[in-house]
Design a protein around this ligand. Structure first.
Ligand code: ADP
Ligand code: ZN
Ligand code: MG
Length: 495
């Protein structure tokens, strides 16, 4: 039987606002001390009132404008009621039937909606400690580890984007999620780090069948707790196989929520639809509905549009055209907005030094040597001491043959360590390319006198003998000789 995978996504992202969604507490994902960024509002104390965070709403509207979505005239918040220890109020303020954003498209996948809600606290299940080990032994009732709750994350703005079931494979899903992550970062509305739980991808997946040319949808399964792109792709591939086997065996796929076991590479059943909640949604009475696209709206959509930067898709196209980069180079730059900016700032400095139209050397230094050293030192582009100007100066010197690539390596390492301009480093360290023919000639005469065998070989026509002699000369010049001048003089001498 031929099955058609049908996939729809629900993606949550924590917004990078200064304060939380409905109170003035700091929204600080790096806060390590539990229950520091809390107040009566986000702890759900009776009598407190939520005040919506305008910048969180604007972030979601901006994303909607980016994805060609519709911004409705009016939107409202609703209460989603359920009981769980990480939810202090016993309900979550979310949005039900009037989300902030409707429709839109990304990578040819239709967006259903984007809404805003508040995140929950974080449950910390205490580690299997000696103390609990002792308790277990005494009571004989198994592990008595306690659970703690940290409310620093409670009330942090969380957006949820829902797609139509337009996706057909794991690869396509990963591409969609990565592109969304990139857009969230370009818009600077979320860091969207999957490993840190700042972006959470929930996959809805079913197998359909084409009957009389029409797709008949199957029963869907929801997969949760996927905390990397790899897990998303692997879980989908596994689930497509599992559901196909169920159907092939003449059984039915059960509608359920499944988790992902990374170690075993398998999804597993978590809970069935029968137990699913009735959330008893109703309009949040403490927050009036919001005017969005109407005349009297507090939200200026035109201004928000102006704040949208050049998007990854546009940047890819422009970089390929303007700088003649290949797909791989373009992707390295575009996948990090800061790196792309660094590149363009370097280009403009380089152009002011040289009449240059080929940026391969700059690209190579940026994406291979520099990135390599950064990885080695464990620093990111924002922590880098090197400025785009300094990198441009280095490349200009290489282009002008004032520096060999061998020397450039050492200079670059110095630049990373000190943050100094390459010109200064060269002056300070006395590194300078020896191009003056007299000094090179003197060294070459020594090399010729010391290597009679190589000279004979060369005269017999062995080309690598020349390389050997250039190497010997370079070594005597401590790597600072101009290789072209050395080759020229050697050739003349040996002719
Ligand atoms: P529910 O009512 O179970 O929450 P929704 O209709 O709200 O379901 O859809 C939730 C997500 O599941 C959406 O991303 C949607 O595209 C996707 N989805 C809906 N039906 C299917 C299906 N048959 N197969 C795969 N995904 C589906
Ligand atoms: Zn608070
Ligand atoms: Mg739903």
């Amino acid at each position: 039987m031929n099955y058609e995978p049908v996939i729809g996504l629900e993606i949550h992202a924590e917004l990078k606002t200064r304060t939380k969604m409905f109170c003035g507490c700091l929204n600080d994902p790096d806060e390590k001390h539990p229950n520091i960024n809390v107040c009566p509002v986000c702890l759900g104390h009776p009598g407190t009132l939520p005040v919506p965070n305008k910048s969180a709403i604007e972030s979601v509207l901006k994303l909607g404008l980016t994805l060609d979505s519709k911004i409705p005239e009016e939107s409202k918040f609703d209460r989603k009621n359920y009981f769980y220890p990480d939810l202090p109020k016993g309900y979550q303020i979310s949005q039900y039937d009037q989300p902030l954003v409707l429709g839109g498209e990304l990578n040819a996948v239709r967006i259903t909606r984007i809404h805003l809600e508040e995140d929950t606290g974080r449950l910390v299940h205490e580690a299997y400690s000696m103390k609990h080990e002792a308790e277990k032994n005494v009571s004989g009732f198994g592990l008595h580890a306690s659970s703690l709750v940290d409310f620093n994350r409670a009330g942090v703005p969380l957006m949820e984007l829902v797609t139509e079931p337009d996706i057909k494979s794991g690869d396509e899903t990963v591409r969609f999620a990565k592109e969304l992550q990139l857009i969230l970062r370009y818009l600077k509305i979320s860091d969207a780090d999957m490993e840190k739980g700042q972006m959470r991808v929930e996959v809805n997946i079913s197998l359909g069948q084409i009957i009389d040319g029409k797709l008949q949808m199957g029963t869907k399964v929801e997969i949760k707790n996927l905390n990397s792109f790899k897990a998303v792709g692997d879980a989908i591939d596994y689930e497509i196989k599992r559901q196909a086997e169920v159907l092939e065996a003449g059984k039915e796929v059960v509608q359920e929520t499944r988790g992902w076991n990374e170690g075993q590479g398998k999804t597993f059943s978590q809970r069935f639809k029968e137990e699913s909640h009735d959330y008893r949604y109703f309009p949040e009475p403490d927050i009036p509905p919001m005017e969005l696209s109407r005349e009297l709206s507090r939200f200026n959509l035109d201004n928000l549009k102006i704040e949208i930067p050049e998007l990854p898709a546009q940047k890819r196209k422009r970089f390929a055209e303007e700088y003649g980069l290949n797909e791989e180079q373009t992707e390295i730059l575009v996948s990090d907005r800061r790196l792309a900016e660094f590149f363009e700032e370097s280009v403009s400095e380089l152009k002011s030094q040289l009449p240059i139209t080929n940026y391969q050397l700059l690209i190579n230094y940026l994406t291979s040597d520099l990135t390599g050293l950064m990885n080695q030192e464990g620093i990111s582009i924002s922590e880098l001491k090197i400025t785009p100007e300094h990198l441009a100066h280095l490349v200009a010197m290489i282009e002008k043959k004032e520096l060999t690539s061998r020397m450039a390596k050492d200079v670059l390492a110095e630049m990373i360590a000190t943050g100094l301009d390459p010109h200064e480093i060269i002056k300070e360290k006395g590194i300078a390319q020896v191009s003056d023919e007299d000094s090179i000639k003197k060294v070459i005469e020594e090399v010729i006198a010391e290597n009679p065998v190589a000279i004979k070989d060369y005269k017999k026509g062995k080309q690598n003998a020349l390389q050997f002699l250039i190497g010997k000369t370079m070594a005597k010049l401590k790597g600072q000789g101009n290789p072209e001048v050395i080759a020229k003089i050697l050739n003349n001498k040996l002719r």
